[in-house]
Structure formats: C-alpha cells, structure tokens
Design a protein around this ligand. Structure first.
Ligand code: CO
Length: 168
C-alpha cells in the first residue's frame, strides 16, 4: 500500500520517535509499505515519521541491490566532515548543500530481529545520517547556513501552508 508522505510543517516530523518493542506483523507491514512508497517515488530513504509514525524505523535503498530495513538504530559519527547536496521527500523542491560526517557506523536491528552493524560513507553514509535525523525530529534544512536558510525560507513556508496536498 502506498503511504502519504508528511510534508514540512507537519508536527509528526518534529517529534522524537520511540523505540520499536517487538517486530509485529504491523511493523513488518509498515516497513513493506514504506519500501513500496519509496520505490514509487524513486527516493533513497524514508523514515517512519515521514509517513506519520513516530517509531525508530527507516528504510534505505541506495540502488546497491540491498533494501535496508533499519529498526532502533544507534549511530557513531566520524570527525571528518564533507559537504554535499541533499533533498528530502518531505521538503519537495528544496536541494541544498549540507555538511555531514564523512563516515558513520550504524548498529541496528533488521526485519528478522538480527543485530546488524554497518559502516557507510558517500551516499550510504549520508542516507544513514539524514534518516537518523528524522527519528530525532531534525530536518536537513535545520543544518543549513544562515544565508542558505534565508534562501529557502519562502519555499518552506509554501510547503508548510500546502501540507496535506499531493507532492509536487
Ligand atoms: Co528526509
């Protein structure tokens, strides 16, 4: 089932999400629906708050043949930073450079309840950090420089006003 993507201005995007206790049928269904939705819109990652659920779940598909279903992640950041352009399915039409750690290590539970540890850089590393932020109620536009923030302010207000409308 395709899910609605919550847009900038939705409260659910700003709440800190809570841990998943058990991987129930409903959780598995939610993750399947998130994957279907992500593929439909050809995105790289989608976090549960973006579909209105404040649970610590996100999915990532960077096109390496592996769809990652990430539950209750913990993240460690490298000290070295890189800057790269980013966008977000909840903030259509906004693409800006964001500074992130060059590399992260993420420990999480997969859909089978197995503990997984992965180190990612480049697109995977960036996706891990972007999606993890969603679980903390943080959006990439929060991380922009004051000048860049001013440039996107009007667009953010437009999205916020139009939220609940279909994606652009
Ligand atoms: Co996003």
């Amino acid at each position: 089932m395709l899910l609605d993507i919550k847009k900038y201005g939705s409260e659910v995007l700003r709440k800190k999400s809570i841990d998943v206790k058990d991987i129930t049928k409903e959780i598995l269904q939610l993750m399947d629906d998130m994957v279907e939705t992500l593929h439909d819109i050809e995105g790289v990652g989608l976090a549960a708050p973006q579909v209105g659920v404040n649970l610590r779940i996100f999915i990532i598909d960077i096109g390496d043949g592996k769809v990652r279903k990430v539950i209750n992640p913990m993240i460690e950041y490298s000290d070295d930073k890189i800057e790269c352009e980013e966008g977000c399915l909840s903030i259509p039409g906004v693409y800006k450079n964001v500074q992130r750690s060059a590399k992260v290590t993420v420990k999480y539970m997969n859909e089978n309840g197995e503990q997984v540890e992965e180190t990612g850089s480049e697109l995977l590393g960036r996706a891990f950090q972007h999606e993890y932020d969603h679980l903390e109620g943080i959006l990439f536009t929060d991380k922009l420089s004051p000048v860049a923030k001013r440039l996107v302010k009007k667009r953010l207000q437009e999205i916020s006003k139009a939220k609940g409308e279909p994606a652009l």
